[in-house]
Write a protein that binds this ligand. Structure first.
Ligand code: BG6
Length: 489
């Protein structure tokens, strides 16, 4: 046995999903429509063209709201966790999960976002889910907002640009914290809070054509400010309602290397990294970093703040730093002769030293260790890896077996990197939740065939299938990793 790969006692092993990709239960139990219910699959376009999939217009939303179709709106069916949650949680328990990261769909609790009272059926659904998890000793880790704002807030309030949305969100936060105070200790406020700049619709409930004659970048940063303020108030509510609760920020850990050692390439990589760090810097230090303020000034961006905003942000920074990590990328001053490749929510320069997934995301376990060291040295707060995994096409054999050795390899190397970061580099890490521990609908491409799970869901890109659950080869492998607390790696 290799002691190098031991993990700390109490390390929270588990898996992660988000309501908008796993739940289904479209319009069931009083659920309203969220932005993700209006996210259309573009089966006829290049799946690696990130921008095309995330450019949304008011006309797109009107079309989405006029139909109950689930073929072109696959997040409406997800993996039907809504109907299968008991079976799914039993399988998580069988793997030995200590934690399950999930989100509460805002539109299941406040169907329109601005409702005066919460939807009791929605609240009861999550009571049932938490009770089921706790029955097996699985700790819930709950994201308050994972691409799930009610569509009404987009159409009638200008999404997170509107100050009123802060109030609506805090009503939701107070409701769920009060209701689940005895069941949920670990919380995240906004999933990939930095992603608002890359997909303003899903993260910020913003559609560019609703802001004619306005600088849309300024609109996005105003919405971001509202999310920072809301996150600080949410942390306050959590701490006051649930003694001992821990609240984290959640960052897309985009890791950029300089393409060469040319100082200009190094500078470019550093500047690009700051484009991500500015969000976690704000949520950890409780104030905007100077470099973000100069960026606003140089671009003529003005953020409207209300009295008390700076104070609340300063008073309620996050308790820990969580992040997603899938791939690394490169930066260079002159990109004209270099190839690009997609990564999580980005298109970036291809690294000639790395292999890539079927979707072009570059596989880089060492980048995870580098990311952990960077984040821990920068913030000195505990880390939590809440998303990591390989989106791949899986084949079901005639005997029903699914040999996903490639996924096992991916996890093995990444978990060894996590172990090195903890044991060699002295990083404090609370846990690890693999992304899409059960197959779910992809966020970027809306495909079911981009699978991440240890558990296969029998459903194709068009929603056809039995939704039967099957264990993949990686299921037993991960079970062993958890059972041995990483020693089997
Ligand atoms: C993260 C999101 O950006 O990446 C998830 O938080 C998403 O919602 C995950 O599913 C993987 O991306 P994709 O596009 O492969 O689903």
């Amino acid at each position: 046995m290799n002691q190098r790969n031991a993990f700390p006692d109490g390390f929270l092993w588990g898996g992660a999903t988000a309501a908008n990709q796993v739940e289904g239960g479209y319009k069931k139990g009083g659920k309203g429509i969220s932005v993700s219910d209006c996210a259309k699959a573009h089966y006829d376009t290049d799946v690696t063209n990130y921008k095309a999939h995330n450019t949304v217009t008011t006309k797109d939303i009107e079309e989405a709201l006029a139909t109950d179709d689930q073929v072109y709106y696959p997040k409406r069916h997800g993996s039907e966790f809504f109907h299968h949650y008991k079976e799914d949680i039993r399988l998580f328990a069988e793997m030995g999960f200590k934690v399950y990261r999930m989100s509460i769909a805002w539109s299941r609790i406040f169907p329109n976002g601005d409702d005066k009272t919460p939807n009791e059926e929605g609240l009861k659904f999550y009571d049932n889910v938490f009770d089921e998890l706790l029955k097996y000793g699985i700790e819930p880790l709950v994201t308050m907002s994972h691409y799930e704002p009610p569509i009404n807030l987009v159409l009638n309030y200008k999404g997170w640009y509107s100050r009123e949305t802060v109030g609506f969100f805090l009503q939701f936060v107070e409701t769920i914290c009060n209701r689940y105070k005895d069941k949920v200790k670990y919380w995240l406020t906004f999933n990939e809070v930095d992603s608002i700049i890359r997909h303003p619709f899903t993260t910020g409930a913003l559609i560019e054509d609703r802001f004619p004659n306005q600088n849309f970048e300024e609109v996005i940063f105003q919405a971001m400010h509202h999310q920072f303020v809301a996150s600080a108030y949410a942390t306050k509510i959590c701490h006051e309602t649930i003694p001992g609760s821990l609240v984290g920020c959640m960052l897309t850990k985009l890791t950029y290397y300089p393409y060469t050692c040319k100082p200009e390439d190094v500078l470019k990589a550093q500047q690009t990294m700051r484009g991500t760090y500015c969000y976690s810097d704000t949520q950890v230090f409780g104030e905007y970093p100077a470099y973000l303020l100069s960026r606003f000034k140089n671009k003529g961006i003005h953020i409207q703040k209300e009295m008390g905003d700076d104070e609340i942000m300063k008073a309620y920074p996050v308790d820990f730093v969580s992040f997603s990590y899938y791939n690394s990328s490169c930066s260079a001053e002159d990109t004209s002769k270099l190839s690009m490749t997609p990564g999580n929510t980005i298109n970036a320069l291809k690294n000639p030293h790395l292999e890539a997934s079927d979707w072009g995301w570059q596989i880089d376990p060492t980048g995870l260790r580098i990311s952990m060291v960077d984040l821990y040295d920068r913030y000195r707060k505990p880390l939590f890896i809440v998303e990591n995994g390989l989106g791949a096409k899986d084949e079901v054999g005639e005997d029903g077996a699914i040999d996903d050795t490639y996924r096992i390899e991916y996890f093995k190397e990444h978990l060894k990197a996590v172990s090195d970061a903890i044991t060699t580099d002295g990083v404090e890490c609370l846990g690890y939740t693999s992304w899409g521990c059960i197959d779910i609908v992809s966020e970027s491409t809306k495909q079911m065939s981009k699978r991440y799970g240890f558990i296969y869901v029998d459903c194709d890109d068009y929603g056809n299938g039995t939704y039967k659950r099957l264990k993949k080869k990686s299921f037993d492998w991960y079970q062993k990793v958890i059972e041995t607390n990483g020693l089997s790696l």
